[in-house]
Ligand binder design. Structure first.
Ligand code: PLP
Length: 228
């Protein structure tokens, strides 16, 4: 078995163990392989062992890989959104994790209508308040959620966040449980069906799963040491 497949299976087992330890059904937590910067032959090895969803943070890279891979791959766009790239994102991505302003929402909705698409979207929240980071402030989320509800061509499914890279266990638990609480509150207030919480990466997915993550986005743990 190749190293990348071994790594993938090891991480998958850890994700399942974290779900079980949290008293959750392991089937509730999706392991999204973040394949940014990873060349196609390595991605194809994962495809060959059944992986069908990949995350990318640059749209030009996602578009190139989507064109080269089989059509049954589900592509997740997880990077910062630039307004002039919205059409390309709508054309190539099935799930968009990083919508964080009303202006971008409206642009996605208009262009999705023009392209005849209905992408799934997640609203990115800056829970930790780091200045350098994308995401809507928690206090502004209700306004963004209301705007999303009015977007006929978008299917808003929940929330996404990133924890600070150096956060330790207690801070991670605070951030991830805050995202879950925000999801619960805003979904209940608007009677919204918001099942998705996209949170947790290579170094913090156990905490995220403990707090209710339904998608963990993992790259470096899977590709560590893999020749490229
Ligand atoms: C790169 C990236 C990930 C994966 O991070 P790793 O630490 O490599 O697992 C997850 N989410 C986003 C938004 C990313 O850009």
């Amino acid at each position: 078995m190749s190293l990348v497949v071994e790594n993938f299976l090891a991480v998958k087992a850890e994700v399942e163990a974290a779900a079980a330890a949290a008293g959750r059904d392991p089937g509730e937590v999706k392991l999204l392989v973040v394949s940014k910067t990873i060349p196609l032959p390595v991605i194809e090895e994962l495809y060959a062992c059944g992986v069908r969803e990949f995350g990318e943070n640059r749209i030009s890279e996602l578009a190139g890989k989507a064109a080269a891979m089989p059509g049954d791959v589900v592509w997740h766009f997880i990077g910062p959104v630039q307004s002039n790239k919205v059409r390309k994102i709508v054309q190539c991505a099935d799930v968009i994790h990083s919508v964080d302003t009303v202006e971008k929402l409206e642009r996605f909705d208009r262009i999705a209508g023009e392209e005849g698409k209905h992408p799934e979207i997640l609203l990115e929240v800056n829970v930790s308040g780091e200045a350098s980071k994308g995401g809507v402030a928690p206090a502004e989320l209700p306004v963004l959620a209301a705007a999303a509800a009015g977007c006929a061509h978008l299917r808003c499914r929940g929330l996404m966040t990133m924890a600070p890279p150096a956060a330790e266990h207690d801070e991670l638990m605070r951030i991830f449980s805050a995202l879950r609480r925000l999801r619960d509150e805003v979904a209940a207030a608007g009677s919204r069906d918001w099942p998705v919480l996209s949170m947790g990466m290579s170094r913090d997915f156990p905490e995220a799963i403990d707090c209710g993550a339904t998608i963990v986005r993992i790259g470096s743990r899977i590709f560590a040491g893999v020749p490229r």
